[in-house]
Design a protein around this ligand. Structure first.
Ligand code: KIV
Ligand code: ZN
Length: 514
């Protein structure tokens, strides 16, 4: 028997719950398009009841995506389900995912509900969701620490109420592969109407076991895995989509199932998510890390040159590593630019928008002769950030850095259209520049992360800088890209400050009364 394994991507929902990874509506649409090119079966686009912004983002994804199913998360509350139903109204194919916690610890302390009440809420929520779509997923939150008999009871009841997918989350990353796999097998066996639903898993990576737990569940009958690009997600993250997909594909001898994923799109999608969220990919990360297919030691290189299979179980091309082609250059015209952007899934709302990004492209092409897809994506990210009514803008930066001298920076910014200029010295050119900006803004934030990645290779590559700022418990990531990393750093800092200045009022789906 060779089944289809449904790939449910939750980068835009659980991934976005990583501190600092919040995305704008347009960024979500760009990632959703990349996920569609990757041919994921279901895209969980967000939690519409969280805020008007989240609602609009889910609605925009639902209106854009044609091939994948679009899903919205809802607590087991009428108002959440109605918001999700409304946000998904225009989707080609919609799913509502509703959940309620089922572990004794969550029911007692978080919900303050009896098990009977929890079953009642779950059944009512599934019935209400069915009024909007016939594709309804139910999750017993914290299933990994729930009692098996209670899980059987609630899952049987929600299938009767119309749930078509039952997702078993290991919310706190507590499960262990053998135990979790057997639990899934027993649930499928014990629930009398289990044949009427697809069993799914959603594993968190607190013990580094999210992928192993998900795969163990697949071996015991789960036919949907919830995962995220690069393993992004709450706390230590979720199971990494690229690892699940490539494990199932590489070990066909073990897994009685296959996915529909277009694996050659994996690397491009991974880079896009990293660039938009500002979460860098560690070099030794499986599949998508820069070193995942690099052979350093002499013995390995010799073996790989004689026959690739000696040390490689997958090919770099199969996951999209070799598709980093030079697409445009200094002499490329607007049409070539527009065409390549369309191929990358980027649509411009107007000719003015196209012209403005094209001007940025020309400036970049003057500094850097070969423009790769990743450079184009970075241009869009930057243009998008600036378009969003940023209160602070970087106007000019001048840095003096000389051997034996203390680096010095002079910066001019606009704050609500008022120009300010400040200077500072620092330990290095970047330090001096960020201090000069801070001397004008007095944000009083803690800089908790500063990282630089080269977007492509070569000394003329754009450096992509991420800074993470923290203030009063709120965490934001800012990004900036430039062929000059000092300027990229200043852009990233200003971007992060703008995010901190933007008011947000969002409900976290898993914190609160239900
Ligand atoms: O981790 C979790 O339990 C979740 C649910 C909302 C499915 O993200
Ligand atoms: Zn989760």
């Amino acid at each position: 028997m060779h089944d289809k394994l449904i790939i449910f991507d939750t980068t835009l929902r659980d991934g976005e719950q990583s501190p600092g990874a919040s995305m704008t509506r347009d960024e979500k649409v760009r990632i959703a398009r990349a996920l569609e090119r990757l041919k994921v079966d279901v895209i969980e686009a967000g939690f519409p009841a969280a805020s008007p912004g989240d609602f609009e983002a889910v609605q925009a994804v639902a209106r854009t995506i044609k091939d994948s199913r679009v899903c919205g998360l809802a607590r087991a509350l009428d108002r959440d389900i109605d918001r999700a139903g409304e946000a998904l109204k225009d989707a080609q194919r919609a799913r509502i995912h509703t959940f309620i916690a089922t572990s004794p610890i969550h029911m007692r302390h978080k919900l303050q509900m009896s098990p009977d009440q929890v079953v009642e809420y779950a059944v009512k929520a599934v019935r209400r969701a069915r009024q909007y779509t016939d594709d309804v997923e139910f999750s017993p939150e914290d299933a990994g620490r729930s009692e098996e008999d209670f899980l059987c009871r609630i899952l049987e009841a929600v299938i009767d109420a119309g749930a078509t997918t039952l997702n078993i989350p290991d919310t706190v990353g507590y499960a262990f592969p053998e135990q979790f796999g057997h639990m899934i097998g027993r649930l499928i066996e014990r629930i009398p109407n289990s044949d009427k639903a697809v069993f799914s898993v959603h594993c968190h990576n607190d013990l580094g076991l999210a992928v192993a737990n998900s795969l163990a569940a697949v071996l015991h009958g789960a036919r949907q895995v919830e995962c995220t690009i690069n393993g992004l997600g709450e706390r230590a993250g979720n199971a990494a989509l690229e690892e699940i997909v490539m494990a199932v594909r590489t070990r066909k001898d073990i897994f009685p199932c296959h996915t529909n994923i277009e694996t050659r799109e994996i690397v491009a999608c991974s880079k896009l998510v990293s660039s938009i969220t500002g979460f860098p990919i560690q070099p030794n990360k499986a599949i998508v890390g820069a070193n995942a297919f690099a052979h350093e030691s002499g013995i390995h290189q010799d073996g790989v040159l004689k026959s690739r299979e000696t040390y490689e179980i997958m090919s770099a091309e199969d996951v999209g590593w070799s598709t980093n082609r030079m697409v445009l250059g200094k002499h490329s015209g607007r049409n070539a630019f527009r065409t390549r952007m369309q191929e990358l899934g980027i649509e411009f709302a107007s000719e003015e928008e196209l012209n403005s990004v094209f001007q940025r492209f020309k400036v970049l092409a003057d500094k850097k002769h070969e423009i790769f897809d990743e450079d184009l994506q970075a241009l869009i990210t930057e243009a998008g950030a600036e378009a969003e009514d940023e209160r602070v803008k970087l106007v000019a930066l001048r840095v003096c850095s000389e051997t034996g001298e203390i680096p010095h920076a002079q910066v001019t910014i606009k704050v609500d259209n008022e120009e300010r200029t400040g200077t500072s010295s620092g330990g290095g050119a970047v330090d001096a520049s960020l201090k000069a900006i801070e001397s004008l803004l007095h944000t009083d934030t803690a800089l908790t992360l500063y990282s630089v990645n080269n977007i492509t290779s070569g000394t003329d590559a754009q450096g992509e800088v991420t800074v993470r700022l923290e203030k009063g418990g709120r965490i934001v990531n800012g990004q900036g890209a430039d062929t000059d990393i000092v300027i990229a750093s200043a852009k990233a800092y200003v971007n992060a400050v703008n995010k901190l200045l933007a008011p947000i009022q969002r409900t976290h789906p898993q914190v609160g009364d239900v």
